[in-house]
Design a protein. Sequence first.
Length: 338
Amino acid sequence: MSELGEFEIIERFFSRSRRDRDVLVGVGDDAAIVEAAGPLAIAVDMLVEGTHFPHALPAAAIGHRALAVNLSDLAAVAAKPRWATLAISLPGVDEDWLEGFAAGFYSLAERFGVSLVGGDTTRGPLTVTVQLIGEAPRAAPLRSGGRPGDLVFVSGTLGDAAAGLECFVAAASRPAPTASDGREAPAEGGPETEPAAVDEAHLIARFAYPEPRVALGAALAGIARAAIDVSDGLAADLGHICERSGCGARVDLAALPLSRALRASHAAAAARELALHGGDDYELCFCVAPADRERALAAAAAAGTPITVIGALTAERAIVGTVDGEARALEPRGFRHF
Ligand code: ADP
Ligand code: MG
C-alpha cells in the first residue's frame, strides 16, 4: 500500500488528456463540459468484482473491459463513442494495479477516440463504473425495430468468452507448480500441450479483452432495423429484441458461429450451450429486412467484421431453435446479475 491520496491518484493515473476540440473542460473541475453537435447516446455499466469478473483478473483486463462493455452498448445503437467518465472504488492504493488498469483503459480509449473527461475515486470494494457518451444517428437501430421475416444476424463467434472464463477460473484455482513437484513447465511448442494451450489462451483473451464491434455498429445505421449487443447470452439478448419487437424467432442452431478454439475444446452440444447462454460475447445481434441482406453483408465487409445469418424473426412469440430437423423452445436464460 502506498500513501497516495485521492487527488494524487487522479492526477497520476486518470488525467491524460488527448486532443479533442469538443472537450471544453476535462478532468479537474466540478463537471466536464463538452460541445455536442446533435443527438447523444449515453450508456453506463457497473463492473463489480466477484459478480462481473473474477478476483484474479489482471488490472489491464479490468480497465479494458470496463470501457469495452460500454463501447459495445454504443455500437448496438450505431453511435460514435466520444467521452467517458470513470467512477472507481478501490479497496486500497496499489500503484502497480492502477498503472495496469489505466494502461488497459487508455489503450482502448485511444483506439476508439474516447476522451476520459471526469469521474469519481473512492475507497471501497473493487467496483468500476464507466459512463460513455457518443454521437447517435437520428434513426438508431433499437431493440423494438424488428419485424417478422427479418433475418437475424450475429457478428463474430459466440460462446468463447464464457468458455474462457471457465478456463481462467480453473487455472486461477490450480495451485502454482512448485519445484518440489518435480514437474517442469512444458517447453514452448511442446507437441502434447501446445494446441490445447493455444485454444485456452484464445478463449481467455476473448473474456479478458473483448473487442467491441464499434465499426460494424456504425456501418449498420440505416440497414439494421433492430440491434442489441450480446452481453448476457444470445438466447437472453435475442429474447429482448423479440419482446420489444412483439415477435419471436427461429434460430438454426447448426448455423451458430463457433470459433475453432471452442469447437476443439468442447463437444458440439456443450459449445452450443455456451453460445446460447454463456454471455460476455460482446458481439452484435441484429435484424435486417430480407431485401437488405446484401447491404448488411457489404457493410460488415467494409467494417472488417464477419457476420452470420442464424435465423429469422417470426410472428409466433416463441424463440425456437432447430437442429437436425428438430425444433425446441429456447429458454431466454442468460447471465444473471442478481
Ligand atoms: P467533486 O468533489 O467536485 O465531485 P472530485 O474531487 O471527486 O470532484 O474529483 C476531482 C476531479 O477529478 C473532477 O473533475 C472529477 O471529474 C475527476 N475525477 C475523479 N475521479 C476520477 C477518475 N477515476 N477518472 C477520471 N477523472 C476523475
Ligand atoms: Mg465539485
